[in-house]
Design a protein around this ligand. Structure first.
Ligand code: HEM
Length: 463
């Protein structure tokens, strides 16, 4: 076929593809129609042909899972481009990034897109987790997919963390020093874990090579496998959970809509808007690049990457064993077991379970909004467990004691809610989920904007 004819038939194919997207199916008349059908079949190979019409409602999922996947692909594409210029060795890493930013056409833009997509991915995956939880999408048959999601979240965090070191500037060097330092607090395995992650006792060339290999190969491969598993489980569960209002029974035979065009068109539009947003962000705001790493001079304050700052804030208030081992471990176990708790009812699809659930959720958020800052300020200026309990091990005075008091207060509060509002198990667990999530967000915000030199509390404008 001549080039001209080829272009004509391809544009015809595209036109008819969009026609089918907007107006419905096309039946094969000629060769290009057949190609169109193959293309549709290819797309539908990954998706069911129909889906419950109610699941098309954008405000049901907010497209958060799909947006996370889109960002993963943006990261992979820009990451491959960055690999052409980046050199993973302490002597060259910083210069290769600086060179990329100043001497290569679109180098800075590519780096900015990679940077903003990576940070946005953490935010979107977290929002996705919250949406999944609040719409009760973790009850059977979706429990295991919740666990797969948690593994994905873990991989996204490790990817981001390992990528953080790549620029080899002061910010990244000291952030990684702090987080790997935190690992050392783990009982029995702390030192060993720290050495494995650092590839020795100090952060140096082995650390950089380890992080580079993990960041560019191990994590992307793991994420792809986990994503495929995640999507397959969604299909096995018959699609995403169907939304319903409190009191509304599950529909046996919900009204159906065609995936092509209805769902795919929506997903495609969301992906385009997201990419446009990332582009604007990347044109307007540059990814940070400070001074080259100087192992002899720590900045003050030295902070972990922003997504670990909640734990760094906990470190100010609790003994390290509690701040970076026991509390995060309990949090992770709590998240892991959410689908396996024995609940009184299946509230899947109902946003925040019930009217009572919504009210209690609001109470939880307000309680955390009030209590967390009060706790932070009180601990900064008035509470001094170590001085009040001289001679007692700090693990007890600064760990067991405050953790027991807080745990007992939370348990008592939950028991009170259960009696006062006849709350179900489901509603009490949701109450704890909302309360702890909001508290963690406030701890993170405090550490980002309200901690200055020597980690003292300061106003953000004086930082
Ligand atoms: C890289 C990370 C992730 C990606 C790319 C991803 C992708 C997706 C996509 C595309 C969906 C379909 C519906 C939607 O867009 O919301 C979905 C659903 C789901 N995700 Fe994720 N996800 C990720 C992380 C997580 C996390 C952290 C969790 C929770 C711990 C989770 C649990 C679930 C569950 C249970 C469903 C089924 C939801 C339903 O039935 O309504 N996912 N995910």
């Amino acid at each position: 076929m001549s080039d001209l004819k080829k272009t004509e038939s391809q544009s015809g194919l595209l036109r008819r593809f969009w026609h089918s997207v907007f107006r419905g199916p096309v039946y094969p008349r000629d060769d290009s129609d057949r190609k169109l059908i193959v293309l549709s079949h290819l797309l539908l190979h990954f998706r069911p042909v129909r889906l419950p019409a109610k699941n098309l409602r954008y405000t049901h999922t907010w497209g958060l899972g799909g947006m996370s996947m889109t960002l993963f692909f943006v990261l992979a594409a820009t990451g491959v481009l960055l690999m052409f210029v980046y050199e993973p060795s302490p002597g060259y890493a910083y210069d290769s990034i600086a060179n990329l930013q100043t001497n290569l056409l679109f180098g800075k833009l590519i780096r900015n897109i990679h940077y903003w997509s990576a940070n946005l991915l953490i935010v979107l995956v977290t929002f996705h987790l919250i949406r999944v939880y609040l719409t009760g999408a973790y009850y059977p048959p979706r429990q295991f997919n919740w666990v797969l999601g948690l593994l994905l979240l873990f991989c996204v965090l490790v990817s981001n963390f390992t990528g953080y070191l790549m620029p080899w500037d002061q910010l990244s060097y000291w952030a990684i020093t702090i987080v790997t330092g935190m690992m050392g607090y783990a009982p029995f395995i702390g030192e060993w874990l720290q050495d494995v992650v650092r590839g020795g006792t100090e952060i140096g060339s082995t650390t950089l090579v380890n992080f580079y290999a993990t960041h560019t190969t191990v994590m992307p491969a793991l994420i792809i496998v986990l994503m495929m598993f995640h999507f397959w489980r969604i299909r096995k569960a018959g699609g995403v959970v169907i939304p319903r209002s409190p009191g509304e029974e599950k529909e046996e035979k919900p009204e159906q809509a065609l995936t092509l065009p209805h769902l795919l068109l929506r997903e495609f539009s969301v992906a385009l808007v997201l990419i446009a947003f990332v582009m604007v962000l990347s044109v307007v705001f540059d990814a940070p690049l400070g001074e080259a790493a100087n192992p002899g001079m720590s900045p003050n304050p030295a902070k972990a990457p922003w997504y670990f700052l909640g734990f760094q804030e906990l470190l100010i208030h609790f003994d390290p064993l509690f701040a970076v081992v026991i509390i995060p471990l309990l949090g992770a176990l709590g998240l892991f077991f959410i689908p396996y708790i024995r609940y009184e009812k299946d509230t899947s699809g109902i946003f925040m379970m019930s009217r009572e659930g919504r009210r209690l959720g609001l109470v939880a958020a307000l309680t955390a909004l009030f209590i967390t800052p009060v706790f932070i300020v009180a601990d900064e200026y008035w509470i001094d467990w170590d001085a009040w309990m001289r001679g007692v091990s700090p693990v007890v005075s600064n760990g067991v004691l405050p953790a027991t008091i807080l745990g007992a207060a939370l348990t008592g509060y939950c028991a009170f809610l259960k009696r006062r509002y006849s709350a179900s198990n489901n509603e009490v667990v949701q109450f704890v989920f909302v309360l702890l999530s909001v508290a963690f967000v406030i701890l993170t915000i405090t550490e980002i904007w309200f901690r200055g030199p020597r980690m003292a509390l300061v106003w953000p404008w004086s930082l």
